[in-house]
Design a protein around this ligand. Structure first.
Ligand SMILES: Nc1ncnc2c1ncn2[C@@H]1O[C@H](COP(=O)(O)OP(=O)(O)OP(=O)(O)O)[C@@H](O)[C@H]1O
Ligand SMILES: [Mg+2]
Length: 279
């Protein structure tokens, strides 16, 4: 299952969610591949890699001719021991952007790479796509390539205000390029115990994404909130994970375990649908 972690707004916790989810899924025995689609390379850094550790990098893979992409992707994977596999963006991802935009099918480059790749290497349970802020080329590539989108929403007014913009983009992508894309979860992130944060959390619980996404059959699940705690910021800074850092308690892991278990249910449903389609 391919999952994009996306939000148009920056700094809302996309990378932290991807990083903690990868560790949690791995802890549950799942095989996870992370693709760092942000030229900042924050996910790569959090996982202890540099932007250029993959050879080839994502920039090179997305720029390459379609027939070469799957094999390049397989070669670009690096191992993050005890956690996941990773493909890093490359320090030239930004430079590749205009080259790719000048070519054809610029928004389906990742889908092309993963399409061929999945057929050859079906050994990952989850592919997690960490996207940059904004509605740029690499966010669109992730949305075109994925099955499900997880949207971290910082429980603040400006973050909530951005959701319709993201849903509008996903609606267009569902219409034109990827009819299976579904906003499966909204994740309240960086939540503080104030009345403003609580009221925004309530608005999220009441939100029915299907009003903006008529193609989507199921409502989005709202995950348990991730609290605003220095501990989460410390993990990546210290090169530690939710499962290695001293001081991490059950309550800190709980929202990520709930999300991982929800994804497992979705994956089970999708396998069931495939079996029924074949039968
Ligand atoms: N739950 C949290 N509590 C406290 N700090 C957090 C939390 N989640 C993320 N942070 C911190 O907030 C900052 C932004 O988080 P993060 O990089 O995960 O967001 P992002 O959406 O990926 O940002 P960008 O749009 O720049 O890619 C980082 O410094 C991170 O350590
Ligand atoms: Mg990020």
């Amino acid at each position: 299952m391919i999952i994009a972690i996306a939000a148009i707004k920056g700094g809302v916790g996309k990378t932290t969610l991807t990083f903690c989810l990868a560790a949690t899924l791995s802890e549950m025995g799942k095989k996870v591949l992370c693709l760092d689609l942000d030229h900042q390379g924050d996910l790569s850094a959090a996982l202890g890699a540099s932007k250029d550790d993959s050879d080839p990098t994502l920039g090179q893979i997305l720029y390459a001719p379609k027939r070469e992409q799957a094999e390049m992707l397989a070669r670009g994977i690096i191992d993050i021991p005890g956690c996941c596999h990773l493909v890093t963006p490359g320090s030239d991802l930004g430079a590749y952007q205009s080259e790719i935009e000048n070519g054809l099918a610029s928004e389906s480059r990742l889908a092309d790479a993963l399409g061929g790749f999945n057929k050859a290497y079906e050994n990952y349970d989850y592919v997690l796509l960490d996207t940059p802020k904004g509605e740029g080329l690499f966010t669109k590539n992730a949305l075109v390539a994925c099955d499900n989108v997880i949207v971290p929403v910082q429980t603040e007014y400006f973050a909530l205000k951005n959701i319709p913009e993201l849903l509008g983009l996903i609606g267009q992508i569902a219409d034109r390029a990827n009819p299976r894309v579904s906003v499966s979860a909204l994740v309240p992130s960086r939540m503080k115990q104030t009345s403003l944060h609580k009221s925004i959390h309530q608005q999220l619980l009441d939100w029915d994404v299907r009003e903006q996404l008529p193609h989507q059959k199921q409502a989005s699940w709202v995950a348990p909130p991730i609290r605003d705690l220095t501990l989460y910021a410390e993990l990546s800074a210290q090169g530690e994970s939710l499962y290695t850092y001293p001081g991490v308690k059950k309550m800190h892991r709980a929202p990520f375990i709930a999300i991982a278990e929800y994804l497992d249910t979705l994956a089970g449903q999708s396998i069931q649908r495939e079996v029924e389609a074949v039968g």
